[in-house]
Ligand binder design. Structure first.
Ligand SMILES: [Zn+2]
Ligand SMILES: [Zn+2]
Length: 161
């Protein structure tokens, strides 16, 4: 997939700017505004790359959902992360939810709000997610990390289809 890393990154940021999912045809159209990608290449990327999940039965209704295996470190908040080779993000969970009460206050949060820290940015680069902005990245994490989901459904009720 590395031959298509630019297209994969573009498609990911388009999806994450659009609540994480988009109709297949619409995504292809939007991609065409940014790069030249044939329909064949597009279908190949979407069906082969683990970044994308196709949902829907009929071809014309098919939607693409952005995925990642990257997670927030569950030990980080409780000071239980072993450190060293940890392959998960070290971020304040509430910052990812968008409701850390220390985000704007005078007191600073004791957990990281920095997606560009050495640890976090290194992981983002490995997963080729480093070109996403905070909002896009957090949406992707919230929609993929089961550990984050219960509280999200409490916070936002927009996902009840
Ligand atoms: Zn960790
Ligand atoms: Zn915080």
């Amino acid at each position: 997939m590395s031959a298509y890393s630019t297209e994969v990154q573009l498609a990911t940021s388009l999806l994450c700017s659009s609540s994480g999912a988009m109709q297949m045809l619409q995504l292809h159209r939007k991609l065409l505004q940014r790069c030249s990608i044939t329909e064949e290449e597009f279908c190949f990327i979407i069906s082969r790359c683990s970044r994308f999940l196709l949902v829907g039965e009929r071809l014309e209704d098919r939607a693409v959902v952005a995925r990642t295996s990257l997670r927030l470190c569950s030990g980080y908040g409780g000071g239980k992360c072993g450190g060293g080779g940890c392959q998960q993000l070290h971020l304040c969970k509430f910052f990812v939810y968008g409701n850390c009460r220390f985000a704007k206050g005078r007191k600073s949060c004791k957990f990281s709000h920095d997606i560009y820290s050495d640890h976090n940015y290194g992981l983002l680069r490995e997963c080729t997610l480093h070109e996403l902005n905070e909002d896009q990245l957090f949406l992707l994490l919230l929609q993929n990390d089961p550990a984050l989901l219960p509280e999200v459904t409490q916070l936002t009720h927009t996902w009840t289809a």
